[in-house]
Design a protein around this ligand. Structure first.
Ligand code: VGL
Ligand code: ZN
Length: 211
């Protein structure tokens, strides 16, 4: 992107899952996951509207390998809604691991969307759970607030950031993923998500592209 993007009234910064368990000391760490915090804090000064998602699982959540006899983390299992990756226990509601990174500036954030709180369904997207039909309510909030463009940042690029961006496109929004304000597990999944985002018409930009 060479043109600079000016932020206005109908733009929202959507900060995805910047929580302790996705940072280097957490149970499902993204390499250098905490490095997203300073650039997100900087970027958020340009937005008058922002929302933040919080992965918020009950203790025996069905996305945890520990809830499935004999299953190891990072293997998959079949759920009624499709194939599900099994994760180490993470972001258990009410624990420190589920808290936002303590340096993340959240004072000006007007909306916190919790997701993944139903024991039987995981939720990557901040719009819909993994069955692709159960809404979180974010969509209605954005339309009531006349949001037309969302700028998505946070963790994890090829999971909750990417699926939120894809759903944003499906909801008819203009979607920008601010890549240098995201963290990734890396590897094939990252490239595959970039391809999907591009195909869906989401724009991948850097923080410096925003005025
Ligand atoms: C996430 C895996 C499991 C994410 C959440 O925030 O991207 N990834 N739960
Ligand atoms: Zn999760």
């Amino acid at each position: 992107m060479s043109d600079t993007i000016e932020i206005g009234q109908n733009d929202l910064l959507l900060i995805i899952d910047v929580q302790n368990d996705f940072c280097p000391t957490g149970t499902l760490p993204v390499p250098e996951g905490d490095k997203v915090v300073p650039p997100i804090n900087e970027l958020s000064k340009k937005f008058s509207q922002s929302a933040i998602s919080q992965d918020w699982h009950p203790q025996c959540h069905s996305s945890f390998a520990s809830s499935h006899e004999g299953k190891q983390p990072f293997k998959t299992t079949e759920m009624p809604y499709g194939t599900q990756v099994l994760w180490p226990d993470h972001c258990i509601n009410g624990t420190t691991g589920a808290d936002f990174h303590s340096d993340l500036e959240t004072t000006a954030v007007q909306m916190i969307v919790r997701k993944g709180f139903r024991p039987e369904i995981d939720s990557y997207s901040a719009f819909y759970e993994n069955d692709k039909t159960t809404p979180t309510g974010l969509s209605g909030y954005l339309s009531a607030r006349c949001i037309k463009r969302i700028f998505v940042v946070g963790l994890v690029y090829e999971f909750c950031v990417g699926f939120s961006a894809l759903d944003g496109r499906k909801e008819g929004l203009d979607v920008f993923v601010v890549q240098d304000c995201t963290g990734t597990f890396g590897g094939d999944g990252e490239q595959a998500m970039t391809d999907e985002l591009t195909k869906a018409g989401a724009k991948i930009i850097q923080a410096a592209d925003i005025k």
